[in-house]
Design a protein around this ligand. Sequence first.
Ligand code: AMP
Length: 437
Amino acid sequence: MEVENKTLFGKYQIGRLLGKGTFGRVNYGKEIATGESVAIKVINKSKVKKEGMVDQIQREISVMHLVRHPNIVDLREVLATKTKIFFVMEYARGGELFAKVVKGRLSEELARKYFQQLISAVAFCHSCGVSHRDLKPENLLLDENENLKVSDFGLSALPEQLWNDGLLHTQCGTPSYVAPEILRKKGYDGSKADIWSCGIILYALLAGYLPFQHENLIYLYTKLLKAEFEFPPWFSLESRTLISNILVPDPHTRISISSIMSAPWFLDGFSSTSTCSSPHHQPWENKLASRVHHPLSSSSPKFFNAFEFISTMSSGFDLSGLFEDKRRTSSIFTSKCSPSVILSKIDSMAKDLRFKIEKGKDSQVRLQAPSEGRSGRLLVAAEVFKVAEEVAVVEFSKCSGDTLEYEKLCEEQIRPALKDIVWTWQGEYCEEFSKSS
Ligand code: AMP
């Protein structure tokens, strides 16, 4: 029995829901023998199995025990049943750091304290060959003493599509924390991408808002790729210098973690008391290095370089070219899931709707309605474009049938059915932009 009378293996009492991620929920828990509070992340194996990652997760778990640092949520133990994996973690009583920031920007001193703790955790993990690659508000928690605790360090070194849960509940659902090279290249250095995310986080702590944020995804990407942002007037000169050195689009010229730690702004009041146990890091380095690049096989979907994609999209915001004349009858979203996951999700959605599925070449499918509509049978095409290693763009368009019926289908069936795999819908920005242009 996995969870009986709200206890887990008779060892932990399961309490209230603390939060939700794509792979499952996180509940408050209490160790029955000691009364100690814990957080229990419940992961559905079926979701992980779809990606064929079960063995890898099991390997990662044993390594996670080695990544121990005062500013990283401690993984106490892992329990598993046939269908679920339970991560029993240190409970971060103070909740998410960004719950504070949404109430208003932090003082420079407090922002510096959290940033020092974040960088200590990140530097420690990088020294072990572990990169987080998904640093974002949901992963920054606080303990009862207001100390920062980064969660999911180690687990996030898995390919990102497995750990994209936060994207569904970030402030604005936009890729505001993603480093430019993730959008630009096939592979990237996870540690450099972490540094970028730390820069975004520092800016947000000091400003109370993000440096790159816009409902128009293309505008956002363009700004982000060029690192075009402005400082509000209250930023000190030293903090501006540091952030300007972090938010550098080229990862090779971006400041290193050791240079951050010797920057005057960082050093103010910093004591390196946050020491930690030394992990055995050699195996990780090899393992992670082999994980960063995932060469595309010949059967992979069409690959679009993100720059090509963006320049096509942004040429006067005329969508001719990539999306031809389908502006009015197409619906586009970005996803961090792999094309195979996206296609299988579309497949199961079509089955639920009793649509006939026809596989096209590359990553195209056509879905035909089960019955006649006002202008014949509705025929919808879906195509997956891989724009970067972790980003795919999915386009739905109407091939034949009634436009209103197609729009209704998109709104009432397709969007809700695919919500788990959608990063951001771009349907809105087309309208937004056409209104303002
Ligand atoms: P995750 O699936 O890791 O993104 O977690 C979802 C949410 O659960 C987080 O955003 C937190 O609000 C909460 N949470 C996760 N881990 C912990 C923890 N160790 N202590 C307290 N809350 C947590």
